[in-house]
Structure formats: structure tokens, C-alpha cells
Design a protein around this ligand. Structure first.
Ligand code: HEM
Ligand code: CU
Length: 676
């Protein structure tokens, strides 16, 4: 039921303005902070996600540097053991939940509608809600530093370590409530983006024509939809045990602490793929662009991604080989884990095949993408070595594991996300980041990264255990630990150069020529619109006839299968300009609801009475939201009518029917109360 727009949408000259519904006057600011806090534009929300996640990256990075400073030399007492426990826990929680996941969400938010030819996500206000809840949850978690100390139970917070008996401070409560809040954000946004992919595609954008980034982001959202409820239940049980004296986990009262481990890892293992799949998507966009070749084995890429998504659910207990769960389960999980290497290997093979014979340009995004493949392969190989249960029994809880997962998360996910920042920066902001500074940024990061985490393989095999606060002189740990610490500071310098690059490139932007629509000669639809894209994204909505549609508008093939220009970029891009396309109106309500949630959190931890104002705020926000029309009243004119529909594109199921992208569930009349 795709919808196309062939005519420019004109607003009716004057429609009598009905009394606006709702408590607040509708926000109208187009620029300045007010425009940002009330925005429902997926591009602005994506940028805010990105900025917030990078901010948390700095906090997590500072925590990492303190950890590494403590471990630089033997018998160090820079920080106490207690502070050390809080630091590595908060470092991990911050990096995973407040940096990597939201940075991927930033790209998913920004790119999915552009890549599928849509005006916005399915539920724009819900999208704003996800962002504000995430930010509220992230700040809430970090306030624990000032309210009695952070969580100290490691990021998986095993019971009984995390019970009141062994972790009496409020840190674990902050952990539980904070992750419940940010988890809500992930779940809401996952549903929103999944619906967007299924319902909002432009005519002809069949599922098997979608860019691989959109595909991988879609699979990630499906994983989130199923994984977040599991951790939600686990955290609620833990919180009840701690605050309200229930007994889900206390072994002395007959409960089973393994329950926590199972619940955590049924979430936790898919979480690993939630982190890595968007990165796979990024790599699959960057490598074809800079090899000037289509992605090799598109179908295999998509199915391998889906297979990884499915199989990820069957292997959670490989994190529990040392827990005494019995030989049969150990054997089964050991074998099933090894199988995941197959689809992963397919992906690596296809990236290499895409590079093969390509006309490669080593731009900064390309360097990041290629390095990410290499580093991820190292991390993947040590992962296979953990799947062998007897080996894992030795390696588990040593630095070998720390090395492994940093190669995967930092080497695989973070490096490619940095590539993504360089790749899509000109699209989002209309100017490039400096390639020269970018190369410094890249090389220092890569070298620092390997210096930091490479030696940890050795330390782990030598027996240095994970979460060690300090170690004795002369047992063989001194040298490599010093190297790792120096590496960490080199790495930090590399990351700092990214910020320098942003500052310098932003300052220089005025003196640079505009980057145009398509600075990299790229392949997918987002490059067809202006940089930065207009608020309405597309005008008109493109008809998609092929995978990499934008590329095939520019290039055909000669008889040897080589790409030849058939059209100038300027002839196939959309001119942009203010077309008065109708868009959903901004709103304060998502922010109001999000503000209520941490107040409820503080109430649950410190004083139940505080829950009342928090709940009131949330309920008031939901009420205000529900009576607020999704659109400005004067905008519900003819522009909102459905354009005549001409289905085309084989088996196309895309397009939600509402050309505005404002397909809030019941918004068609603009007068009813939407729930979106
Ligand atoms: C800036 C560079 C980084 C450095 C120097 C660093 C350093 C460390 C160190 C030394 C530990 C081990 C603490 C211990 O066992 O005592 C650790 C743990 C951890 N790090 Fe990082 N890290 C960095 C970046 C990241 C990133 C980007 C992520 C994820 C996105 C991450 C996720 C984790 C996790 C999940 C743990 C496990 C904590 C635990 O055992 O509970 N780290 N990090
Ligand atoms: Cu796992």
C-alpha cells in the first residue's frame, strides 16, 4: 500500500485556527535549544543520541584510565579495592548501555528512514520519548557516584554478590533501576524502528532491496524486543530481593542463584549481538562504497545476520561453563556456540570478497571499517577458543576474557561506529571531518587499542585474573600491565583527536566548499537528499527499482561488467528547498514523561513517598500526550490526505499509507487522541 507524491504539497492559505488542545501551547521554535528539546524529527533525535552517547563514552573512558592507572605497576594503591570494584562495574555498564548501544541507536534513528525512503519513523513522538528516557536513565545511573557510590558487582551483577548482604550500599539499586529506565528506552525505540522498517518503506523498497545497515539494525531491534523483557524481569526480581525482602535468589533460604545467571545471560548473550550487528551493517555500507563494487553476497549477508540473531538465543549458557550446571548442558552449549562461527565467517568472507578486485579508496571511514573487520576477527577467534569448555574453564575470569571482549566490542563495534561517524558526518552536518586529523585519530586509536588489549591475552594465559585490584611484584605480570596502561593512554589520545577533529572541522566549515549531496559517490538513498537533509527528507518519495538504487541511477555497466557513468549526480539527486511538506508537530510531553522516571527511581531507593510526584509527572505526561493532537491543527488540511496509490515494485509491502511519515496510530483525522 505504498503512497507516492508527485505534486508539491501546498498548504491551504487559511484555515480557521481551532483552539489548540492540551496544557502547553504547541512548541513552535525552529532553532535554538527549544527546537531540540521538543523535536520529533528522527534526524535531530539521532544527533542527540550520538552526542549523548559520546558524552558517556568520555565518562566511561575516564573510568577505564583510572582502572589502568591502578594496574600500571604492582602493589599500587592509587585507589582502594572498593573504588576499583565500582570503577570497573560502572565502566562496563556505561560503555555497554550508555555508549555503544545508544551510538548504534543514533545511526539507526538517523539512517533508517533515509535509507528506506521515508519521511520519519513510524511514531515520531515515541522516538523522542525513547531518547529522553535513555538520557534520564543514564544521568540517573551516574548520580550514584554522588549518592553513596556506584554499583560494584561487575556488569553482570551476579547474586549473591549483588545482594544486600554483600553489597549493602545503594550502588546495585541504582544499577537495577537505572537499567530498568534505559531498558524502557531501548524497548520503545526497538518497537518504533521495527515498525518503521516493516511499514514505512518507499514504493519498490522490498525487504531484499534494503541497505544492509537497515537490515542489521532491524534484526538488532528484533533482538531488543525479545531480550529487554528478560533483563527487566531479572532486575525487578533482584530489586525486590534487595529492597522488599523477597527471596528469589538467596541460597540460604532455598532459592537458586543460578536463576540470576540464566536470566542475565539469556539477555546478555543476545546483547552481544545487539552491540555487534549494527556495526556489521556499517561495515557493509562503507566497504562497497569505497571499493566501488556492490556488496558481495548480499543475500548471504542478510541471512547470516538473521542466523546470528536466531542462534544467539541458543548459546547463553556458554557464559556459565564454570558454574557447575552439569556436563550435558556444558557439552550442548559448547557445540552450539561453535556453530555461530559459521555465519560470522560468511560475513567476514563476503567483506573480503567485496574488497577483492575493487577500486579501493582508503578514506578514513574505509580505514576504520577494514580495521574493524581485522580486529573483530581476532576477537572472534579467541571467542571460538572460549567455546571449548575445558579451555574456557581455565580462561574464564582471566584477562584473556577481557582481551577477547574488548577486541569484539571495541575492535569490532566501536571502530566501525567511528568509521560511521566519519562516513555520515557530511550527510548530517553538511561538511566533512578533516581526513588528515582523521588519519591521526585512526592510527593512534588502532595502535593504542592493540597495545592495551593485545597484552591482556598473555596476562590472562599467565593467570592474571579478571577484576584484580592489584598484583604482587615478580610474578610475571609487571611488564605487560605497564604496556597495557601506556597503550590505554595512547588510545585515549586517539579518541581525543576525534573531538579535536570535530572542533577544528566545525570551525573551518565556513571556508570549505559545501560537500553536496553525495560526497563519497555512495550507493544508498540517503545520499540522494541534500546534506544536511531537509526536515521532510524526500520530495518526492523515490521509486525504488533496484538494490543500491541510487548507484544505478548514476551508473550502468559496460560489456565487461565495469561501472560506467550514465548520469551526473546532480541530475539524480533531489534539489531540496522548502517544499512545505506536512510533518508531525513538536511536543513537550515526551520530555515530561522522561523527567518523571528518575524521580520514581530515587523514590524507590530512598523514600517511597518520592514515587508519588514522579508517578504524577509520568501520568500527567501521558495524559497531556494523549489529548494533544499529533499535528498542528492548521496543518491538517489537504496535505494530510492520502495520495492516490499506484502500487509498483514486485511484492512490495512497504509504505504505511500516511505519506507524511506521521503515521501515529490513529492520527489520520488529526483530531483524535493518538497513543503514539
Ligand atoms: C577506552 C578504552 C578502554 C579501556 C582502557 C578499557 C579497560 C578495561 C579494563 C582494564 C577492564 C577490566 C577491569 C577488571 O577486570 O578489573 C575493563 C572491563 C570492561 N570493559 Fe573496558 N576498556 C575500554 C573500553 C571499553 C569499551 C568501549 C567497552 C564496551 C563498549 C568496554 C567494556 C568493558 C566491559 C563489559 C568490561 C567488563 C567489566 C566486568 O568485568 O564486569 N570497555 N575495561
Ligand atoms: Cu555469549
Amino acid at each position: 500500500m505504498a503512497v507516492t507524491e508527485r505534486t508539491t504539497l501546498e498548504l491551504p492559505a487559511a484555515i480557521a485556527e481551532p483552539e489548540p488542545l492540551g496544557v502547553f501551547a504547541r512548541p513552535r521554535a525552529k532553532r535554538g535549544w527549544r527546537a531540540w528539546v521538543t523535536t520529533v524529527d528522527h534526524k535531530k533525535i539521532g544527533i542527540m543520541y550520538g552526542a549523548a552517547s559520546l558524552f558517556f563514552f568520555l565518562i566511561g573512558g575516564i573510568e577505564a584510565l583510572i582502572i589502568r592507572s591502578q594496574l600500571a605497576v604492582p602493589n599500587n594503591d592509587l585507589i582502594s579495592a572498593d573504588a576499583y570494584n565500582q570503577l570497573f562495574t560502572m565502566h562496563a555498564v556505561t560503555m555497554v548501555f550508555l555508549f555503544v548501544m545508544p551510538l548504534a541507536a543514533a545511526f539507526a534513528n538517523y539512517l533508517i528512514p533515509l535509507q528506506i525512503g521515508a519521511r520519519d519513523v513510524a511514531f515520531p513522538r515515541l522516538n523522542a520519548l525513547s531518547f529522553w528516557i535513555f538520557l534520564a536513565g543514564g544521568i540517573f545511573l551516574n548520580t550514584s557516584w554522588f549518592l553513596g557510590g556506584g554499583a560494584d558487582c561487575g556488569w553482570f551483577c551476579y547474586v549473591p554478590n549483588s545482594t544486600v548482604t554483600f553489597s549493602p550500599s545503594h550502588g546495585v539499586d541504582f544499577f537495577a533501576i537505572g537499567l530498568l529506565i534505559t531498558g524502557t528506552a531501548s524497548l520503545v525505540s526497538a518497537i518504533n524502528l521495527a515498525v518503521t522498517v516493516l511499514n514505512m518503506r518507499a514504493p519498490g523498497m522490498t525487504l531484499m532491496r534494503m541497505p544492509v545497515f537497515t537490515w542489521m539494525a532491524f534484526i538488532t531491534q528484533m533482538l531488543l524486543v525479545f531480550a529487554m523483557p528478560v533483563i527487566t524481569v531479572a532486575l525487578i526480581l533482584l530489586f525486590f530481593d534487595r529492597r522488599f525482602g523477597t527471596n528469589f535468589f538467596d541460597v540460604s533460604e532455598g532459592a537458586d542463584p543460578l536463576l540470576w545467571q540464566h536470566l542475565f545471560w539469556i539477555f546478555g548473550h543476545p546483547e552481544v549481538y545487539i552491540i555487534i550487528l549494527p556495526a556489521f551493517g556499517v561495515i557493509s555500507e562503507i566497504i562497497p562504497t569505497f571499493s566501488r563494487k556492490p556488496l558481495f553476497g548480499y543475500n548471504f549477508m542478510v541471512f547470516a545476520g538473521a542466523a546470528i540473531g536466531f542462534m544467539g538465543w541458543g548459546v547463553w549458557a556458554h557464559h556459565m561453563f564454570a558454574s557447575g550446571m552439569g556436563p550435558l548442558s556444558v557439552a550442548a552449549f559448547s557445540v552450539s556456540t561453535m556453530f555461530i562461527a559459521v555465519p560470522t565467517g560468511i560475513k567476514i568472507f563476503n567483506w573480503l570478497a567485496t574488497l577483492w578486485g575493487g577500486r579501493i579508496r582508503f578514506t578514513v571511514p574505509m580505514m576504520y571499517a577494514v580495521a574493524a573487520v581485522a580486529m573483530f576477527t581476532i576477537g572472534g577467534l579467541s571467542g571460538v577458543s572460549h567455546s571449548i569448555a575445558p579451555a574456557d574453564t581455565q580462561q574464564t575470569d582471566t584477562y584473556y576474557i577481557v582481551a577477547h571482549f574488548h577486541y569484539v566490542i571495541f575492535g569490532g563495534a566501536v571502530l566501525s561506529l567511528f568509521g560511521a561517524l566519519y562516513f555520515w558526518w557530511p550527510k548530517a552536518f553538511g561538511y566533512r571531518l578533516s581526513e588528515k586529523l582523521g588519519k591521526w585519530n585512526f592510527w593512534l586509536t588502532l595502535i593504542g587499542f592493540n597495545l592495551t588489549f593485545g597484552p591482556m591475552h598473555v596476562l590472562g594465559l599467565q593467570g592474571m585474573s579478571r577484576r584484580t585490584w592489584t598484583y604482587d611484584r615478580g610474578i610475571g605480570f609487571d611488564g605487560w600491565n605497564l604496556v597495557a596502561t601506556v597503550g590505554a593512554f595512547v588510545l585515549a589520545l586517539g579518541v581525543l583527536l576525534f573531538l579535536v577533529n570535530v572542533a577544528v572541522s566545525t570551525a573551518r566549515r565556513k571556508s570549505q566548499p559545501p560537500v553536496g549531496h553525495d560526497p563519497w559517490d555512495a550507493r544508498s538513498l540517503e545520499w540522494m537528499v541534500a546534506s544536511p537533509p531537509p526536515e521532510y527528507n524526500f520530495d518526492p518519495i523515490p521509486h525504488v527499482r533496484a538494490r543500491d538504487d541510487f548507484w544505478y541511477r548514476k551508473y550502468g555497466e559496460d560489456e565487461f561488467g565495469r561501472a560506467v557513468r550514465i548520469a551526473a549526480t546532480d541530475d539524480v539527486v533531489q534539489p531540496g528547498g522548502d517544499r512545505h511538506v506536512h510533518l508531525p508537530a513538536p511536543s513537550y510531553w515526551p520530555l515530561v514523561i522522561a523527567l518523571g522516571m528518575p524521580i520514581i527511581g530515587y523514590g524507590l531507593i530512598f523514600n517511597l513517598w518520592l514515587v508519588v510526584p514522579g508517578l504524577l509527572l509520568v501520568v500527567a505526561g501521558m495524559y497531556g500526550w494523549s489529548i494533544e493532537p499529533p499535528d498542528e491543527p492548521e496543518h491538517t488540511g489537504p496535505a494530510h490526505q492520502e495520495a492516490a496509490d499506484q502500487p509498483d515494485g514486485p511484492g512490495d509491502s512497504g509504505g504505511a499509507g500516511d505519506e507524511s511519515g506521521a503515521a501515529e496510530v490513529s492520527s489520520a483525522s488529526g483530531e483524535e487522541a493518538p497513543v503514539g
